[in-house]
Design a binder for this molecule. Structure first.
Ligand code: CTP
Length: 397
């Protein structure tokens, strides 16, 4: 860790690593110790802590720590540390570790907006990314002073999720989406009947958020359009919050102009009231019910597939299907793929309420050329990676 006030959040990140069984060596800069002292890092990690290369020289720590690591995470990464790393300086234990590490390296920057946007930092971040370092975009929000903007350290649990994903993929980890812009929609839209009531659905947003995290881990620039989701923002993703299908459509279409891929994991409400009431609808004295007229919402996925925002975008839809007298789940899915015209369709069998709110998913990823990949029951992250594998293949083709 380098010397930013966000070092206090790194304590939680460290705990998440140790509590999930990882052996962590904390390598702070001298400046980091101004914020959190070495005893805290030593106690939480269970390993000795040093900032410079002159301690325990017989163990050659300036090369050993980097050489033996499976993953290096720099959180918080200050503008100064990013500059030193980009230029290959090696004047303390952390910068030496970065030069000797051959494993994946993740930077979670935290600084004031002006520093993040300064051309020097922009150039240094670009240099690190070109070399394969995963530099997460900082979050937006309240900064150390009274100001707000881009530059916050993302939620430690979310940095951990990305780091754990990179670590789990180990040697196979590739940033095949580096330099790509992707858009993911997640959650379920609400259509208001009056100021307090709405028509909604059971989508939790978990699959969309897993897709966003997986894309960040693979190096993509991610815009996540989230409809009514109660989950923490994924580290490194730009999150746009919406409520209604119309807002979701506006946000997704705007983000897709230059995007390389869009995955519509959201469940937009298919219908909305024709004339939502401006005041709360009252119960009537005579027990009669209000007559609420609905109209159909636009199909955002079909719009993107048939009126493409650019000539290279890969359009991915989801289909929640149940088999019935008219056909099997796959019959309905194939018909939907052809009708909507998207490139890939991720098919879930939702008979009996499966999938909703669950940490797991199982699906078939269907392509326009008729090929399909079956993804057995497993984490939503695992399914997300299969979807990005297919998207990545399409982009390379
Ligand atoms: N979708 C969309 N806009 C809508 C409704 C759905 O973009 N107004 C997208 C979803 O995000 C999903 C895909 O379409 O990627 C399939 O959603 P689904 O609800 O299964 O499709 P429907 O067309 O509503 O299916 P059906 O006709 O079977 O109800």
């Amino acid at each position: 860790m380098s010397g930013g006030i966000a070092a206090y959040k790194a304590c939680e990140l460290l705990r998440r690593f140790t509590e999930s069984g990882h052996d962590v060596t904390v390598v702070p800069t001298e400046a980091a110790l101004e914020f959190i002292g070495a005893p805290t890092w030593a106690a939480l990690s269970g390993n000795p802590v040093s900032t410079q290369v002159w301690a325990n020289v017989h163990e050659v720590p300036h090369v050993r720590i980097g050489q033996t690591a499976d993953l290096v995470v720099v959180a918080p990464a200050t503008a100064n540390l990013i500059a030193k790393a980009a230029h290959g300086l090696a004047d303390d234990l952390l910068t030496n570790t970065l030069l000797t590490a051959r494993c994946p390296v993740v930077f979670a920057p935290a600084m004031h907006t002006e520093m993040w946007e300064h051309p020097a930092t922009v150039a240094n971040v670009a240099t690190l990314r070109e070399r394969g370092v995963l530099v997460l975009e900082p979050a937006e929000g309240r900064l150390t002073g009274v100001d707000t903007g881009k530059g916050r350290l993302p939620d430690p649990a979310e940095i951990f999720a990305i780091a754990a994903d990179v670590l789990a993929r180990g040697g196979t980890h590739v940033q095949d989406l580096a330099g790509r812009q992707v858009v993911v929609s997640a959650g379920g839209t609400r259509e208001y009947l009056d100021p307090v009531r709405f028509i909604g659905n059971r989508s939790s947003g978990l699959q969309g958020y897993a897709l966003a995290r997986a894309a960040v881990a693979r190096g993509a620039e991610v815009t996540l359009v989230a409809a009514n989701v109660g989950l923490a923002d994924p580290a490194g993703a730009k999150v746009i919050k919406v409520e209604t299908t119309s807002q979701l459509q506006d946000a997704v279409v705007a983000a897709c102009t230059t995007a390389d891929a869009v995955v519509m994991a959201a469940a937009p409400a298919d219908f909305r009231p024709v004339a939502p009431s401006e005041s709360k609808i009252k119960k009537s004295e005579d027990g009669s019910s209000p007559d609420i007229k609905l109209t159909q919402n636009p199909d955002i996925l079909m719009g993107l597939a048939q009126d493409r925002p650019n000539d290279h975008i890969v359009v991915v839809g989801f289909a929640a299907e149940t088999g019935d007298a008219d056909g099997s789940v796959m019959d309905h899915a194939l018909a939907k793929l052809r009708r909507k015209g998207c490139d890939l369709l991720v098919v879930n069998d939702v008979a009996g309420g499966k999938v909703f709110g669950s940490e797991e998913n199982e699906a078939v990823v269907l392509a326009q050329d008729g090929s399909s990949v079956s993804v057995p029951r497993g984490s939503k992250t695992a399914l997300a990676h299969v979807i990005w594998d297919r998207v990545s293949e399409s982009l390379q083709a």
